[in-house]
Design a protein. Sequence first.
Length: 334
Amino acid sequence: PVRASWLSGDFNVGTERMSLYNIMVLAVYIFAFLAGLPANLLAFYTFQAKVRQKATPIEILLFNLTVSDVILLLFLPFKMVDSIYISTLFLMAISVERYLGVAYPIRYKLNRRPMYAVFASILFWFLACSHCSIIYVVELTVPDHNNETNPNSANASKCYESFSPNQLDILLPVRLELCITLFFLPFLITLFCYVNLVRILASLPNIHARRKKRAVGIAVATLLNFAICFAPFNISHIVGIIQNESPSWRVHALLLSTLSASMDPAIFYFSSTAIQQTLAKCFSSLGQKIHAIMPWCYQFYGFCCDVKIDHSGVDKSSISNLGKLPSERIVRGC
């Protein structure tokens, strides 16, 4: 009876921990989905229109990164590992494109071709998918003696999370190769490009302060994406090869990677004028609708947020009194 009571208590504690973990997973998934999907769909709509017309290399790369994020958000319960390494490769490519445009402006402009970005995108998708497919091949082809003796073992119920020692002998070195090739190398290249990009722009006195802030914004958003979303999961590969087993916290690190789809829209905003214009039009339309529904809002507060768009299409959002700029199209909203 004592033994049975101890087992019952242990089972209840384990069930409670699993319940808390499931709640945490659900909360992260809901946040990533609600925060990331609208922004990524807006980016997808904008970039697909640009790609169908005359797209620049940066817009092609951003479009592919958007597709990767949308796939991740739509298949969140399956935790698409491929999307992690697709994102790192495209973030690296975007940083290289930005750096070359500033460090070698004339030479890069003469040799800039959208087709190069298309070839690079195809290569990145192939590299990420082919490397990550090894996980599924190992799961299906390498025999798992635990499952042969016990069909109800943990590995039978946890798809691509728990592996037998035979499978880990092959998988752990593969994970280390993934970590080095598809995370650390892109991260170091991205770090080099953005550090030098900000340094070059800071040294040029004739560059507008807004462009400098924009470059810093892209750099910070991208490096935070690497550090928060991708680094913990890839560090687990290094710990795994040292311990010769998968770390218990690896699943939690993988959970952080889903947040990348929520952080990438910040990179889209700082990287693309088209996104800024689309976002300004959305707020413009929203302001019109709110003002039509609640016209008393301006009289109550005495001021409103005006979204002003000049003939160049550049967003000039500000908070000001109405009727100051008759030459510009002013959208009045609360």
